[in-house]
Write a protein that binds this ligand. Structure first.
Ligand code: ADP
Length: 336
């Protein structure tokens, strides 16, 4: 088998098994090892019927149709249920070789659960602003005599909720781009002060409750301006959102020999130490009544970390419940 094909098979998340015309295992990819717990050295050259009992019969009965289930016991002796598809290789009528691609049934269940959680989170995040938009527009439509001040207040709420929907959809699009590996469009020197001023213009906040102290001088950071805007928009949005009682937000920057460190500090509700290692995970939200009231999809910090890493940088956090939160973003001058 060519090197390219070998590499390709090993890149797949699914296990790949090739069975020769004698019914022996001729190829067992590294994912197949991981999924089954059976190393290639233990199975290569052995009859498939011995390693995965019932698999060959299952192939012959079902290859034209649905998924094939078969069970294998790895080195640890624990049986694992595998679900996959098999296709015969070569011309029909002759002794058949087989190509079998499979995944563990448990992994498929986990993926299904993640999908269900995703749909649940997103539906909730879509429904909350939509419910509010519907209620306020219905009130406006059925009460044409409403006081001008109240009408304007209601319309502002509708606008803010529509903005929230737009942000959610934008976040989902960014996550899709991150997951497909497409991140940085261009890399250039970006004056930090100007970038932060643009972020602050779009940030919904009460200026008096959330005064912002910006002290970044003439520091320039290196990267994709649009992506870097997303980084600081997410961090500052969180700083406001998770400081429900108000409080100062400080942003300052330090030039280092090989890059720039930007620090965003709020004096809000803070994060428990036990949560800190999870908050950058996709869809992760701290489970408390305070964060529930703030709303969110759990995508913001995942986006922040992914973008910063794509720039060759790092993001860190220091926090304590009731003691505010400090995020530190390090961006190297050039991606090394
Ligand atoms: P979202 O804000 O949509 O929930 P994020 O990924 O931006 O998602 O944040 C993940 C979690 O980290 C939040 O649910 C929140 O509990 C916590 N968090 C993020 N930033 C802050 C902050 N500045 N202060 C307190 N908690 C925060």
């Amino acid at each position: 088998m060519s090197d390219v094909l070998t590499t390709l098979l090993d890149l797949l998340d699914e296990g790949v098994c090739i069975v020769d015309a004698e019914g022996q295992i001729a190829r067992w990819s590294s994912a197949a090892e991981g999924i089954t717990g059976a190393p290639a050295a233990d199975v290569l050259g052995k009859p498939l019927a011995q390693v995965v009992p019932g698999a060959v019969e299952a192939f012959e009965h079902e290859y034209a149709g649905g998924p094939i289930q078969a069970s294998v016991a790895g080195r640890d002796g624990v049986p694992r249920l595998l679900v996959g598809r098999a296709r015969p290789i070569g011309s029909p009528g002759k002794a058949q070789s087989w190509l079998w691609v499979f995944q563990s049934e448990q992994r498929i269940r986990e993926i299904d659960q993640l999908k269900a959680e995703f749909v649940g989170t997103i539906s909730h995040e879509l429904r909350t602003p939509l419910t509010s938009i519907k209620a306020y527009t219905a009130t406006l439509r059925t009460n044409p005599q409403l006081d001008e001040g109240i009408r304007s207040e209601f319309l502002q709420i509708v606008e803010a909720e529509a903005d929230r929907l737009t942000r959610l959809v934008d976040d989902l699009l960014v996550v899709t781009r991150i997951d497909s590996g497409f991140m940085l469009r261009r890399r250039q020197s970006v004056p930090l002060q100007g970038l932060l001023e643009r972020v602050l213009t779009n940030l919904a906040r009460d200026m008096e409750r959330h005064p912002i102290v910006l002290d970044v001088g003439s520091v320039e950071i290196s990267g994709d301006p649009d992506r870097l805007h997303e980084v600081f928009a997410n961090l500052l949005e969180n700083a406001v959102k998770y400081s429900p009682h108000g409080g100062e937000i400080r942003i300052w920057a330090e030039r280092l020999p090989d890059g720039v460190r930007v620090i965003v500090r709020d004096s809000g509700m803070g994060i428990a130490e036990s949560e800190l290692s999870y908050i950058f995970d996709k869809f992760y939200r701290v489970d408390s009544h305070l964060t529930a009231a703030a709303g969110g999809s759990g995508l913001g910090l995942y986006i922040v970390q992914s973008i910063v890493r794509a720039h060759g940088g790092t993001v860190g956090v220091v926090s304590g419940v009731g003691h505010g939160t400090t995020f530190t973003v390090y961006l190297p001058d050039r991606n090394t």
